[in-house]
Write a protein that binds this ligand. Structure first.
Ligand SMILES: [Zn+2]
Length: 257
C-alpha cells in the first residue's frame, strides 16, 4: 500500500485509540475488539479489507502514539504507551507488572495511585531507564488524550501530514530541490517542473497505458513518435529548435551539460 494511503489509514487507528464518538468506532469495539486491546487484536482472515490493513499497520505506527495522561481513567497501563520510554508491555515481563497487583485491564490511574512517585524497584532493576522517567501526575479535571510523536519523539498534534513525515523518514534532500521550490516560486510552474523531474507528466507515452489505441498517438509538434518527457524536452526536432532559440535569447548555454 502506498505511503500516503497508509498515512490516511492511520487516522482510523487514531480514532479507535481515542474512542472517537462515531458509529464505526462503536461498531469496531463491539464486533471486532470485544475485550481485546486494539494492539493485541488478532488478524482474522475473513475480516474486512480495511480492518486487516489497520491491524497490519500497528507495528509501524505503535511507537508513535503516546497517551497524554489527564485523569488516567481511560489509558491501558500495560498496552498503551504513556511514557516516552515505551509501553510497559515492551519494557518488562508481564509477571513484574502482575506481581505489583495489576492486570492487563489496569488503567494508568490505578498504577499511578498505587506506586506514587517511584517506580517499583523490581521494574527499575529490570529496566534501569525507568529511573530517568518521571511518573505522570494525575489531573482529575483533564481527560486523557492520544497524541502523535514525530521522529524526534516530540509530541505533535495528530495530523495526516505528521504521520506522512514519519513514514517518509529522514530522507536526504534531492539535489534539484532549490530548482523546484524556492522563495517566490510560481506554484503552477513548480508543480509542473516537479512532475517533469519525476517523469509523471501526462504525456502520450504514459496516457497510452490507459487509452484505447494509445500507441497511435503522435507528438503534435513533429508527428514522428509518441511524445514523452524526454521527447518533448530533448529529442523532438521541433521543440529542440524552439528551446535553442529561447536559450540563445536568454544567454543560456548547455555546453558541458
Ligand atoms: Zn516531437
Amino acid at each position: 500500500m502506498g505511503l500516503w494511503n497508509r498515512a490516511l489509514l492511520t487516522t482510523h487507528v487514531y480514532d479507535v485509540l481515542r474512542r472517537k464518538k462515531s458509529l464505526w468506532v462503536s461498531w469496531i469495539y463491539i464486533h471486532r475488539l470485544h475485550n481485546v486491546h486494539f494492539w493485541n487484536a488478532p488478524i482474522i482472515s475473513n475480516s474486512s479489507w480495511i480492518w486487516r490493513k489497520l491491524l497490519e499497520l500497528r507495528e509501524q505506527v505503535r511507537p508513535f502514539f503516546l497517551s497524554y495522561i489527564g485523569d488516567g481513567k481511560t489509558v491501558n497501563a500495560w498496552e498503551d504507551k504513556w511514557i516516552l520510554l515505551g509501553s510497559l508491555s515492551s519494557l518488562i515481563p508481564y509477571r513484574f507488572f502482575h506481581r505489583e497487583g495489576f492486570n492487563k485491564s489496569s488503567k494508568v490511574e490505578d498504577v499511578v495511585r498505587r506506586i506514587g512517585s517511584n517506580w517499583p524497584q523490581s521494574w527499575t532493576i529490570r529496566c534501569p531507564n525507568f529511573s530517568n522517567v518521571t511518573i505522570p501526575t494525575l489531573q482529575n479535571d483533564i481527560l486523557d488524550r492520544v497524541s502523535w510523536l514525530n521522529l524526534n519523539q516530540q509530541v505533535r498534534p495528530f495530523m495526516v501530514k505528521e504521520v506522512w513525515e514519519v513514514f517518509l523518514g529522514n530522507q536526504e534532500t534531492v539535489f534539484w530541490y532549490d530548482l523546484c521550490w524556492f522563495k517566490n516560486y510560481v506554484p503552477k510552474h513548480s508543480f509542473c517542473f516537479w512532475l517533469a523531474i519525476l517523469d509523471k507528466l501526462p504525456t502520450q507515452v504514459r496516457m497510452a497505458k490507459w487509452l484505447p489505441n494509445g500507441d497511435s498517438l503522435r507528438c503534435p509538434l513533429c508527428s514522428q513518435a509518441s511524445d514523452s518527457r524526454d521527447h518533448l524536452f530533448f529529442q523532438c526536432d521541433y521543440s529542440n529548435a524552439v528551446w535553442s532559440l529561447i536559450r540563445t535569447d536568454i544567454g543560456c548555454s548547455l555546453d558541458g551539460v
